[in-house]
Design a protein around this ligand. Structure first.
Ligand code: FES
Length: 157
């Protein structure tokens, strides 16, 4: 009996993802779609946001601050391959930046850093940028009113 060591499944997943974003995509887009950075969850983050786009795909971004800089950041999504790549790039661009600098990361900057996106996936970058922005604003709000962090971590709102 043959055993699949997982590489066959990985190849199949890579093939499906490449079909979705198009094989002519830039190397950066393919890299971030197939091997996304900063995937996961942070315990007790300083800021977080979960945002759904019009297509109903959802991105969650969580971040931790050191002073006013983004020291750790993580994302999860149930979205398409382009959304995975955009959220991955958004978190990479935000890492090490001050809140004010990271607030300037928009969909255009994410698309540019990925070497462009297929037209039908333009909105995926906007969803990632919007989620990042909301997570940063959440961190700013909790920095200003620290009691909100305690209150929200209890899951009350
Ligand atoms: Fe909706 Fe990518 S198709 S966010």
């Amino acid at each position: 009996m043959e055993h699949d060591n997982g590489s066959g499944i990985q190849e199949e997943l890579d093939r499906i993802l490449l079909e979705e974003i198009g094989r002519t995509s830039s190397p950066q887009l393919i890299e971030h779609a197939l091997r996304p950075h900063n995937v996961g969850a942070l315990e007790d983050p300083d800021g977080e946001a979960t945002v759904s786009g019009l297509c109903e795909d959802t991105v969650r971004i969580q971040l931790r601050l050191e002073g006013s800089k983004v020291s750790e950041i993580a994302f999860m999504t149930n979205g398409c391959a382009a959304t995975v790549a955009c959220a991955s790039m958004a978190t990479e661009l935000a890492k090490g930046k001050t809140i004010q600098e990271a607030l300037r990361i928009d969909g255009h900057k994410i698309r540019e850093a990925l070497g462009g996106l297929p037209r039908e996936h333009t909105h995926c970058a906007d969803l990632a940028a919007n989620t990042l922005r909301q997570a940063l604003l959440d961190a700013l709000e909790k920095k200003r009113d620290p009691w909100k962090k305690l209150y929200r971590s209890k899951g009350r709102i």
